[in-house]
Every structure is written in C-alpha cells, then in structure tokens.
Design a binder for this molecule. Sequence first.
Ligand code: LLP
Length: 435
Amino acid sequence: MDWTQRWEQHNGELVLGGVEAGKLARTYGTPLYVMDEGRMRSKMQAYRQAMTGSRLEGEVLYASKAFLCQAMVRILAEEGLSLDVVSGGELYTALSAGFDASRIYFHGNNKSEAELAQALDAGVGCIILDNETEASRLIHLLEGTGRRQRVLVRINPGIEAHTHEYISTTRNDSKFGLSMFQPETAQFLRELAHQPSLELEGLHCHIGSQIFEANSFASAAEVMLNYLADLSRAGLSLKVLDLGGGFGVRYVSGDEPLEPEAFLPQLLELIADGLEARGLPPVRILIEPGRSIVAEAGVTLYTVGGTKATYGGTRYVFVDGSMADHIRTALYGASYEAVLAQRVEAPAESVYTVTGKACESGDILILGIPLPQPAAGELLAVFSTGAYHYSMASNYNRLPRPAVVLVHEGKSRLAVRRESYEDLIRNDVEEAYHE
Ligand code: LLP
C-alpha cells in the first residue's frame, strides 16, 4: 500500500488529520487508536450521495460493530446516517449519545427478551428478525401494547462472497437468517405479514465481508429479487430490500476497494431494472457499510520497546500493544502495513515481524514487514486499523485498552479514554460463597 497517497508527512514525520504523530503520542500516550474524522465524514457523505438520486429510494445504515463510541454516534447523526446495532450494548451507546431511535435498525441472531424490550422501550425504528424464536419473543412482548413494530427478516440467499470467490455450499450452513431454499421460510414470512403487531417491511441479506467485486452484490441482489418475485406471486408484497454491508477496504497494496460513488448508482439501476422486469413495484434499498467507513481512517500508534533477532532467523519488533488491541492478524491472518512514524522516509533495512506484549506466540500484529532498524522509543504507525480494532479489543493479560483520539484539521480530541488499572479491577469482587 502506498500510504503516502493517503496520509501526509512533514519533515519525515507522519501527519494524521493535520497533527504530527509524535505530538499525538506525547499528548495521549501509546498504544493509541487515531481516527481521522474528516476521512470518516467523507466516506459517510460519499455513501449517502451514492444512494440518492436513483429511481429507488436508498438509505445508509452504518454497521456500528466496526467502531462505536459516543463521539462516533454524534458524527453519524450529523451526517444523516442511520444505524445498525447488534446488541443491547451498541443500542445503549447509540441512545446514550442521543441518536434518533427511529433511525436505528436492530440486528443480531439471538436477541434476548431483555434486548428486545430495550429496543421497544426506546422506540427503535426497525428490528431485523433472524429466526422464528426471535419473532415469537417479539410478538409476545408486543401483546396488549397496541403497538406495531416495523421488522425485516434476514434471509440467507445461499451465496457467500469471499473477496474474489463464491463459496456457495458452506453458506447454507450459516447461523444467520433463514434460507430461501427452505419452503418453511416463505410460509413463515406470510404468517408474519398477518401479525397485527408487526409490520413486515422487507428482507435483509448480507453476503460477507471485505468484498472487492461489484458482481458479488449484483448476484445477491438478483437472487433476492427472484425471491421477492416468488413471494409476490404467493401474495406477499414487500417494500424494503436491505443488502447488508461488506464493502472491502485497502489494508495493503493490491487491495482495490469499490468506490461507493462508482458502483452503488449502477447497482441501484440494476435493481430498478430487475424490479421492472419482474413486474414488481419499487422497493427502498438499504446498505450497511461498517468497515469501509472507518477502516482507512484509522491508524494505531505504538512505541517500540526493542528488537530481537532470533536464532531461527526471525527479527522481531516489540511494541507496547498486542493482539489484545489488534486481534485481526491472529484471528484471520490479516495483513497490514506500517512505518516508523517519525522516520517515514528512512530506507528499509530488514524484514521484521511486529509483535506485542501478550504472552502468546500468536501475538503477531504484522507478519513480515520491511522497516529501517527501529530503536527503542521510536513510534510505529500501523495503517487501516479503524474498523474491528477498538471494537474487538480485549483485556487479555490485563492489558488496559488504548485510548481513541479523533483528529481533524490540525486538532485532536479524545473520544475514548485509555483504560486505567483501576478500570481493570472495577468489576472484581471477593464475595463469600452463599446459597
Ligand atoms: N451488516 C451485517 C448484517 C453484518 O453482519 C456485517 C458484518 C455488516 C453489516 C458490516 O460489514 P462490513 O461493511 O463492516 O464488512 N470482525 C470481522 C468482521 C465481521 C463482520 C461481521 N458482520 C473482521 O474484523 O474482519
């Protein structure tokens, strides 16, 4: 990845949102998640723009699992996005920051009664039902309230897009949604449509993550349109189609993400034509980008503790973070690029494996990256860490989670405080055994 096309430098120092990396590290400490607010806002605007102006109405829901905190909620509200939450915790965060509940879509495959009640209390706009049990739970909660809740149903279209290939068999075993190939699904949908307490608006599908091919989305849309046509013939007419998220991002060179403004208007045209061809009325199209709004806006700053050349030949750079704040490499074998943030132009001398403080050999942040010889105390910046990093961080080894700071036009502001040691023991109790 040529990071110089995306980030600035000044006298050999990486500059993020107009702020020098060194200044951020001095002000907030490391490890530090840095998020460029302007970059996130531009992406949000690009998505919104790409979803307006076609023959079909469009709506952009940010998938908050990628990155969420109260400051982020406010940015999303200002940019006019809707929100996809998948848990009571995400819902609570959104509501606590004043997000309009009617613009919240509640996802998840096993929403508890308490979570559904929380959603109803808040007046959440739409609940995306995953299965029959959830539906019964919701109907039960709505009994006697006289209320009508808007719902979508998550459908498994039997295709999974994995970056460049389709894996069509495993998808039928997915834990998410109801398969369109099971006749019971259509029957279930017809029953839901007759439930007085529910307003079944439409269907949802999500075909995977980190997808680079527009064709994958076109195929999913095609399959879903066929299903809508089948349902319509059976007397069920729906008005919403949610195509989920999964738009890929640039982690390393060679990654070529789809640009929303280039491919979404085309996709909407294709869907509008497809509806017409099937004699179906227009539907509202929803998308749920998470990663593509935040990933490339994020950089993690670490302080180098030292290096170690092993007898086996691997050269390690030790940083003050770990798999606890950067799990995607250990979990998915994900690749990243990085630079020494205050010597960005120094030529690489060796290939290093970046590892952290966690007591585990699999504690690898980057497996093999060319770098100049890093000295203890230098800053290492890892790119494209805005999605699924802070949100997937843990306290493994009782490591406090890093702070999140937003940068914009030469200024910075704290969005999530660094955890303290007191935070780590806050919920520890030493009760005596009791009945
Ligand atoms: N909508 C639904 C129903 C989803 O399941 C997901 C992601 C999204 C939207 C957002 O997808 P995105 O645009 O962010 O790709 N932890 C993994 C990613 C898990 C994604 C799960 N669902 C990772 O770090 O790669």
